[in-house]
Design a protein around this ligand. Sequence first.
Ligand SMILES: [Zn+2]
Length: 377
Amino acid sequence: MLFKDVVGHSETKKHLIEGVKKNRISHAQMFLGSEGGGNYQLALAYAQYVNCETPKEDDSCGGCPSCIKYQNFQHPDLNFFFPSAVSKEVKTQPSSKKLTKQWIEFSKEKEYFELSDWTDYIGAGEKLSIINKLDSQDIIKSLILKNYEAKFKVVIIWWPEKMNTDCSNKILKVLEEPNPNSLFLLVGHNSDELLATIISRVQIIKLNNLTDKEIITGLIEKEGVPDDLAESLAMMAAGNFNKALQLVKNPDGDEKFIELFQTWMRLCYVVDFLNLDKLIENIHKMGRIKQKEFLEYGLRVFRECMIYNYANPELNRLHQKEAIFNKKFAKFIHGGNIMEIIEVFEHTHTAILRNAYAKIAFMNLSLKVCNYLKCKP
Ligand SMILES: [Zn+2]
């Protein structure tokens, strides 16, 4: 991938390129940023740049043998490690190596993606995906072999948060004393979930969230989206370029949640436990990935309420059905409860990702929301 094809992050790109020119290349780096924000894409562009045979002033050449292999995700000195799970293709003892072929096909198909896109792709569905002991053995094995042809053998670990303890412990040593011709690029999303021992051994490249402006430019350049549509999609995507691309393909992507969310909030307001219980039963059946998306949808509605109350209602980007509801609902969301509401939603989001029992998590959340909706501004 070329730097120019990565949306936004212009300052970080400059900084990375400058480092390579001055021969300051740290052997273990972590590109830390939110999902869909381009941290994986930036790590790939960086790896391609350090190995490019005829680099240009501000990007890889895109045409040398190394670049061509990189762009096809098939360079003998480029190794990918990522969460895997028992899936359609691999029935027992899953590992990154066993799924590399699928990973390459997936990477060619989708320029931007999230963990749930990958687990959907391999048919792992709701199963927990991890980077395991087999992967750590393969990482170490790949480093023992001499580089085939590249200046730097690159090991990209996508979602190092998903390494199990066994794997983390095994790779600590290689992070500490890396082979001089190797480059470890970790692509992380949440530093709270990473072992301190891993964090202390890597140089962190912290990426800012993409701005609406960067997403708008990306949508116009990559997808040819008209300016005004790009503007409204960027607003809904909230820094996640993958989400913005999904919305281009399916602008009503959130529609399935509109009614469910509105009913939920009405039941919380009137504290109707009997019907809340039935509604939560339905949420429970949706499965973890949809539950996560539903909570993200809720956070977006609250943000729109705050914009309606405190900024300019004209800045709201809502479906008609949402706009009608929000006009009445917005007065219940204000400075007196917004921080608490965001916190409990985010807490539930994390709990769901960690496989909490959804029925209990959503009932706890509902009880809290019942109280917060009664708060005075
Ligand atoms: Zn090149």
